[in-house]
Design a protein around this ligand. Structure first.
Ligand SMILES: NC(=O)c1ccc[n+]([C@@H]2O[C@H](COP(=O)([O-])OP(=O)(O)OC[C@H]3O[C@@H](n4cnc5c(N)ncnc54)[C@H](OP(=O)(O)O)[C@@H]3O)[C@@H](O)[C@H]2O)c1
Length: 324
């Protein structure tokens, strides 16, 4: 183990230094990260969901600065167009497109995929970043619980529909923004959607666990020469999402929170670097290093081949995707 790996391992054990800007700063220096401004993505096309705020906005802007054509997917047409105009003004670039869809509305996801495939033969990077911790139980147009619909089923459908365009990139990349919150959650299928027992943080953790599991399962099914799959967590970053959903947490962690740009760093690196991120697939990342997907024996025990197979079957049926 080299010196940087020892420093990294010491940081990883307790969550607080690892997830805050302390972990980010130490790892950036000890691992000698290439600055994101050194990457070029000219001629590449990137679709970012949840691009109208926080981490998605920060990543989208960095992709534009790297020269990529960026498709901003947002659920609010006016807000997403405004963000697009602001990024264009700040970067002096016109290479931005807006796609409108609520990720929990499967008809809207299908329409968005059709639009993207009409306009682009090739998609180099698909970023599943849209997400929220919803305090009260809400349902999507299909009647499904909203967190699961928008962060598990909608992204699964979008990946399935865009695979032909991603395969044209050799390898295309699919990157999912999960959360360290998933460490507390077991892998669930029959009770993935909470009912009367709904608690926003628990529902969020279950959905984020499913995302990370499906990332590994996609990687097993798809040749890494065609498409690679990465999931990650951003640590704790100060975004409108955290301000709205976790005001007390934000107050306590305060100045130790990462900026949105720091939270999005590994996302941009996974999309832009042509080294390690194109040579590995199915892994879960924080701060440009792969991490274990389990920290607790109880969640590890829940993660059986049988339950994984049930999850794949369930999500394929829920998304209306056959043969995925
Ligand atoms: N910030 C953190 O510390 C942290 C930690 C762990 C994981 N994450 C994850 O990082 C991702 C980004 O979060 P953030 O902190 O940047 O929050 P944010 O500022 O609230 O941004 C979330 C983005 O997702 C969009 N979105 C939410 N639900 C959607 C839906 N059903 N359909 C389409 N778009 C939807 C939002 O659209 P609107 O602009 O219309 O609201 C917004 O663009 C999320 O997946 C979150 O779970 C964040």
């Amino acid at each position: 183990m080299d010196g940087a790996s020892i420093v990294d391992a010491l940081l990883e054990v307790p969550v607080v230094p690892s997830f805050t800007r302390l972990g980010f700063d130490v790892r950036r220096r000890s691992d000698h990260w290439t600055s994101l401004s050194d990457y070029r993505m000219d001629g590449r096309t990137v679709l970012v969901t949840g691009a109208s705020s926080g981490l998605g906005l920060a990543a989208a802007e960095q992709f534009v600065r790297c020269g990529a054509t960026v498709l901003l997917l947002g659920r609010d047409a006016a807000k997403t167009q405004r963000v697009s105009d602001e990024i264009a003004a700040r970067t002096g670039t016109a290479g931005l497109e807006v796609v409108v869809a609520d990720m929990g509305d499967l008809d809207a996801v299908r329409a968005a995929a059709e639009l993207v495939l009409d306009r682009h033969d090739r998609l180099d990077v698909l970023v599943h970043n849209a997400g929220a911790l919803t305090a009260d139980r809400r349902t999507a147009p299909s009647g499904m619980e909203l967190t699961v619909a928008s962060q598990v089923v909608g992204p699964f459908l979008l990946t399935s529909l865009l695979l032909p365009a991603l395969r044209e990139s050799s390898p295309g990349r699919v990157i999912t923004m999960s959360s360290g919150g998933m460490y507390s959650a077991a892998l669930r299928v029959t009770d993935l959607e909470m009912g009367a027992d709904y608690r926003g943080s628990e529902q969020y953790a279950r959905a984020k666990r499913a995302q990370v599991t499906l990332n590994e399962m996609w990687a097993e099914r798809e040749s890494a020469g065609d498409v690679v799959f990465h999931s990650m967590h951003p640590g704790w970053a100060d975004t409108p999402g955290v301000r709205d959903s976790l005001p007390t947490f934000r107050k306590v962690v305060g100045p130790l929170l990462r900026s949105a740009e720091q939270g999005a760093d590994t996302l941009v690196w996974l999309a832009a670097d042509d080294g390690v991120p194109t040579q590995s697939t199915g892994r879960f990342w924080l701060d440009r290093r792969p991490r274990s997907i389990h920290r607790l024996p109880s969640t590890r025990r829940s993660d059986t081949p049988r339950r994984r197979a049930e999850l794949w079957q369930w999500v394929s049926a829920a998304a209306g995707v056959s043969g995925a």
